[in-house]
Write a protein that binds this ligand. Structure first.
Ligand SMILES: *Cc1c(COP(=O)(O)O)cnc(C)c1O
Length: 458
């Protein structure tokens, strides 16, 4: 399998190079040159074996089938539930797909537990090392750290804004005791952290000296790993089903779209957003325009622009990368992306519906689901179960539960009066020793810290 860039200029790459490069050099995102068909539904396979079968055509022989199978088994053995991603019924035609049983309690574990292992495998074969540098406001950093904590060939440095992440989120990063994991508390905001990371990537000398790399949500392998649970869940209910998806960068919805495109029995998607509703406005009116970001109870959906939407736009543009590139350049300058009515009708209408669920409605939904089922759901999940009301009568709707309620205990307690407990494996999180470095938001200081811990240059 070869991959091409959505901007149409960068040369095609195989799977391993696509994995290691993340963003294409022309600024685009990698997509497979063609969409393979899903493997046949084999009920004898468990989640990990299904994952290996679904992903094999995308890996395209770059990694031997046995190795891919072993990495999937190891990745999903870290999950606390034997089914990895269990499907729970909450009403006549309503289901919740629990994606939060991984080590850091958020659905990002499903991709990052595997992607860490893929990185290490490819790097070991090539005799190379990399240094991953990232900024986090919470979920991504802990999932990335846990995904690479056992990697021999990867060092990771995660910057977070001191005092601005939740206790659980910070401790999930700072209590990991592994020689290749480093966390830095920056005296500043999340934007300061992100600016520092961008500045390091913009320094081409540093970038090649330390072989800097990212594991952000535009990495193709993360999307690929997420296709799997759409396949297992829609086949389990013998579709066609609708999925209701809490959305930030659009990576999760895009994975669902790919599952449908390649043959999974999926009827359509409901995209849920919080007050940061750029995608909802687009799906309702065909006009994508940038507003500021406001903080909400579902912080992992507080985004201004959904970066993974570019992959769907590329399909809408008939896979003409020059056209996609031009439209995105205009979007950057004008703050508005226009889609013509024919393309909108063909690609968006009928496939996507969208809802905006603000904080009050989110709290009311957490309370409603608890009263009706006894289940505690987190605020991100609540946007999805609330948005499921948009489905057609009689259609099975699967809402994606993207975080464990104990990851956002304050909101859950506010809505229900009950403080959700951490799973037993994490019960001692608040007693574990923390390990972190405090730095000011100063590029020279952060750069020299990253240089001092990276094993690439040694
Ligand atoms: C990252 C995240 C999301 C948003 O996922 P996207 O792939 O960016 O759309 C939703 N919920 C939770 C809990 C997350 O961590």
């Amino acid at each position: 399998m070869q991959y091409r860039s959505t901007r149409g200029i960068a040369p095609e790459l195989g799977f391993s190079d696509t994995l290691l490069s993340g963003l294409a050099p022309d600024g685009g995102l990698y997509v497979p040159v063609s969409w393979p068909e899903l493997p046949v539904d084999d009920r004898t396979l468990d989640y990990a074996a299904t994952a290996a079968a679904v992903m094999a055509p995308y890996v395209g022989g770059d990694i031997a089938d046995d190795d891919l199978g072993r990495m999937c088994r190891e990745a999903y053995a870290t999950f606390r539930h034997p089914a990895t991603a269990p499907l729970v019924q909450i009403d006549d035609h309503r289901w919740v797909l629990e994606l939060f049983h991984g080590p850091t309690l958020a659905f990002k574990d499903i991709a990052l537990q595997l992607v860490g292992r893929l990185f290490d495998h490819v790097l070991a074969e090539r005799g190379e090392r990399i240094t991953i540098v990232g900024a986090t406001s919470g979920d991504t950093g802990s999932a990335a750290i846990d995904g690479v904590r056992h990697c021999e060939n990867v060092d990771i440095v995660i910057l977070y804004p001191r005092g601005r992440t939740s206790d659980v989120q910070r401790r999930q990063m700072t209590t990991v005791d592994a020689p290749n994991v480093h966390t830095v508390a920056i005296d500043g905001t999340f934007d300061d952290c992100q600016d520092l990371v961008k500045a390091m990537f913009a320094d081409s000398f540093l970038r090649s000296e330390l072989r800097l790399s990212a594991v952000n949500s535009i990495n193709w392998a993360r999307v690929m790993a997420q296709v799997v649970y759409y396949v297992t869940a829609s086949r389990a209910l013998q579709g066609p089903v609708s999925f209701s998806v809490p959305t930030g960068n659009f990576g999760n919805v895009l994975a669902g779209w790919i599952a449908r495109r390649t043959g999974a029995p999926i009827r359509d998607f409901i995209v849920s957003s919080n007050a940061n509703d750029i995608l909802t406005r687009f799906i309702e009116h065909g006009d994508m325009s940038i507003n500021g970001v406001v903080p909400t109870l579902s912080p992992s959906m507080d985004i201004q622009v959904s970066s993974n939407f570019e992959r769907l736009l590329f399909e809408m543009d008939g896979r003409d990368g020059a056209m996609t590139g031009e439209r995105l350049t205009n979007f950057r300058t004008s703050g508005r992306l226009e889609v013509d009515a024919t393309a909108f009708d063909q690609w968006i209408r009928g496939s996507f519906r969208a809802a905006r669920v603000d904080d009050d409605a989110t709290l009311a939904e957490i309370a409603r689901v608890h009263a009706a089922t006894g289940m505690l759901i987190d605020p991100h999940t609540a946007t999805a179960t609330a948005a499921a009301a948009l489905a057609q009568p009689g259609v099975d709707v699967i809402s994606l539960a993207t975080a464990h309620p104990a990851k956002f205990p304050d909101a859950v307690e506010r809505a229900t009066g009950i403080r959700p407990e951490l799973p037993p494996e994490l019960a001692d999180l608040h007693e574990r020793p923390e390990r972190t470095v405090d730095l000011s938001a100063d590029l020279a200081a952060v750069r020299s810290f990253v240089r001092s811990v990276s094993r690439v240059a040694r």
